[in-house]
Write a protein that binds this ligand. Structure first.
Ligand code: WTA
Length: 655
């Protein structure tokens, strides 16, 4: 673990109180109410989670034990109970007037849109679930989704949950190679995809990447490919393996009972990058995840029945899972899904969606906000966004300038900004203001949600003092926590639970982020302390990119680091040594960037490739990334370099 250093950030000293009108009607409407709730939970956490699970979810069979933590880090929540996420998201809303409420508003990039009431969505999900059954897919079979942002992505996720087939959603921006790795690792039985999707005003094909991933029998477990028609591009279909969604799904019955699932039955796998090795398949299970997505969505957005919520993430990431699909639908809310992104032909695309669909809750990433700032306030000023109530951000630290701009220009000073810290592993938000209660400070995620035993600690697990840097950790299990790494429980233990042990001998959850806490107990998340790079909020492991680079025949060795980037948060710099006889040229740099794009996906392409004769290493052969990070950022190399094996390497790299 590298040591956390506190970088100087521009401090905006003002504190913003929750708007009185919002606080007046809020679920948690004051700091006193927040503290009271925290104290109530601390007195008996299991009693609180048990009560919430009983009240907020539907159970086929009640659970008998709230939490079994007898074998840490493997937690078991709500044992003995059976429930179903799709039932909680759909069926239980069909009894009253909510059946006719809009569940999902989908906006296509070319301007086409679709609305689904809860009743409509229930029917679509049942049909899709029956289609999966018709293909022989049942409880426990892993189904991969490689989809554009179309309603069928959400429908397919819910259909899998309905029949108890865990899903593994792979972001549509990943390459065929990255998809193949995830299909093999998971032992996936079926893939749901589309002919393509619209991106920057053009249809972009998706299905050919699935064909490449499956070519030459590379994924022997994959028996079926179900293809949604979106762009109507000519699409090759392999007989016996590939079926059109519209042909198979539309003929199915709209009646498909939800499968009662044990609380700890696997719900989904979602791959995310760590500091070492290949991406990990993060496993979430049924009841705990459902409760956490449900409760956090209610809390952080102070949900009201007439809210229209829009989260701009892709369903390929955890944010899309928890806050486009499961959190909103479990609460019976209206959720918006948008296929597109702001683009030169439509810089105001986001604001147009907000105006058109009267969005009240908006949730996006700091990178997007910084891009909007760059194109000026004239763009958003053109739209009526007076319906907005609460503005959220997620995925990376938000700089105070972007925070203030979001508040002033998008929220006109009316809407609380909620900066939410969490991870794929945590299932849902962990540290965030509650909009009716928490005074906010630009750049701070403020306080842990009630029941979350977060802390900032040193290597020994002791809480650090006010304004001292340390590691962000969680001392106690919570319902939405990941349960294991798919196929590798030891890696789960090693990656998250072996770094720090608490005074009581219990392991602490190590998040991989550095943070400090100020005198008010507010958390300031500083970014990763490991070799994970966050590009526009997308997590990438240095080692993944290095492996992609060394798989190119010209490359001998590669070391990849992040460097601060005004827009993307971090950019990628690769230091590369070449095989004997190969010269570094601009053309080779272009070629290597393209190669990384093919191996992982365009988001992983290095911004800069620096060729060098050698990399700075310790005498034991370890690459000194600290030095490379400083060099990449154009900073002086400070600190101890005495362990460097060959000092002349440093001079050569300093150009
Ligand atoms: C970072 C995304 C600062 C952090 C939900 C974390 C943040 C990683 C914030 C998880 C925030 C997320 N402030 N940093 N509000 N939210 N992060 O798994 O480094 O894609 O460890 O989950 O994003 O990324 P992931």
């Amino acid at each position: 673990m590298s040591q956390v250093t506190i970088e100087s950030v521009l401090q905006e000293e003002r504190v913003f109180e929750p708007p009185a009108e919002l606080a007046a009607g809020a679920r948690i409407g004051s700091m006193a109410a927040y503290r009271e709730l925290v104290e109530r939970i601390e007195a008996d956490p299991d009693a609180f989670w048990g009560e919430q699970a009983r009240e907020q979810l539907h159970w086929f069979e009640p659970f008998h034990t709230v939490l079994d933590w007898s074998n840490p880090p493997f937690a078991r929540w709500f044992e003995g109970g059976t429930t179903n996420l799709a039932y909680n998201c759909l069926d239980r809303h069909l009894d009253g007037p909510r059946a006719e409420k809009t569940a999902l508003i989908w906006e296509g990039e070319p301007g086409d849109s679709r609305h689904f009431t809860y009743r409509d969505l229930h029917g679509e999900v049942c049909r899709a679930a029956n289609a999966l059954k018709a293909l022989g897919i049942g409880k426990g079979d892993l189904v991969a989704l490689y989809m554009p942002m179309v309603p069928e992505a959400a429908i397919a996720m819910l259909a899998c949950a309905r029949i108890g087939a865990p899903h593994s959603v792979v972001f549509g921006g990943f390459s065929a190679e990255a998809l193949r790795d995830r299909l093999i690792d998971g032992g996936v039985k079926a893939v749901i995809t589309a002919d393509g999707g619209f991106r920057k005003d053009k249809p972009v094909a998706l299905k050919p990447a699935v064909d490449r991933a499956l070519a030459d029998g590379a994924c022997p477990t994959v028996e079926h490919v179900l293809v949604v028609r979106r762009t109507e591009q000519p699409t090759a279909m392999e007989p016996g393996r590939d079926r059109w969604w519209h042909e198979l799904v539309e003929v199915q019955s709209a009646d498909c009972p939800a499968e009662p699932m044990a609380s700890e039955d696997r719900l989904f796998v979602l791959y995310t990058s760590g500091s070492t090795g290949k991406p990990k398949g993060v496993v979430h299970t049924t009841a705990g995840y459902n409760l956490w997505a449900h409760l956090t969505f209610q809390w952080i957005f102070d949900l009201r029945d007439d809210d229209v919520h829009w989260c701009t993430a892709d369903v390929g990431w955890i944010t899309g899972h928890s806050y486009i699909v499961y959190g909103p639908l479990s609460n019976g809310a209206t959720t918006v899904m948008y296929e597109g992104a702001p683009r030169p032909s439509k810089p105001g695309a986001f604001w147009e969606v907000i105006e058109k669909h009267k969005v009240t809750l908006f949730y996006t990433a700091p990178t997007a906000i910084r891009a909007f700032m760059k194109s000026g306030r004239e763009v958003p000023d053109h739209y009526d966004m007076s319906t907005l109530r609460i503005l959220g951000t997620v995925g990376e630290p938000i700089n105070p300038e972007a925070w203030m701009w979001y508040r002033e220009v998008i929220g006109h000073g009316r809407c609380p900004i909620i900066d939410t810290w969490w991870q794929t592993e945590t299932g849902g938000v962990m540290i965030s203001p509650l909009p009716g209660a928490t005074p906010t400070k630009p750049g701070s995620a403020t306080l842990p949600l009630p029941g979350i035993a977060a802390d900032v600690v040193d290597n020994e697990g002791h809480s650090v003092g006010v304004d001292e840097g340390g590691y962000l950790a969680v001392r106690r299990p919570w319902p939405g926590m990941m349960r294991t790494v798919h196929g590798d429980p030891e890696r789960f233990r090693r990656s998250y639970w072996e770094h720090i042990t608490g005074d009581d001998g219990r392991p602490l959850y190590f998040a991989g982020d550095g943070a400090r806490r100020d005198a008010d107990g507010y958390y300031w998340v500083m970014g990763r302390v490991d070799d994970v790079i966050s590009v526009s909020g997308h997590r990438l492991g240095s080692m993944e990119i290095e492996s992609a680079l060394v798989s190119h025949p010209a490359v001998a060795e590669a070391a990849v680091v992040g460097r601060p980037d005004d827009l993307k948060g971090e950019g990628i710099v690769a230091f590369v040594t070449l095989q004997a006889g190969v010269d570094g040229s601009e053309a080779l740099g272009v070629e290597l960037r393209r190669h990384v794009g093919t191996e992982i996906g365009p988001i992983a392409r290095p911004d800069e490739i620096r060729f060098s004769d050698a990399l700075p290493k310790t005498r034991s052969g370890k690459i000194m990334r600290r030095i490379l990070r400083a060099l990449a950022a154009g900073e002086e190399v400070s600190g101890d370099t005495s362990t460097l094996e060959d000092r002349s390497v440093l001079d050569a790299l300093r150009v």
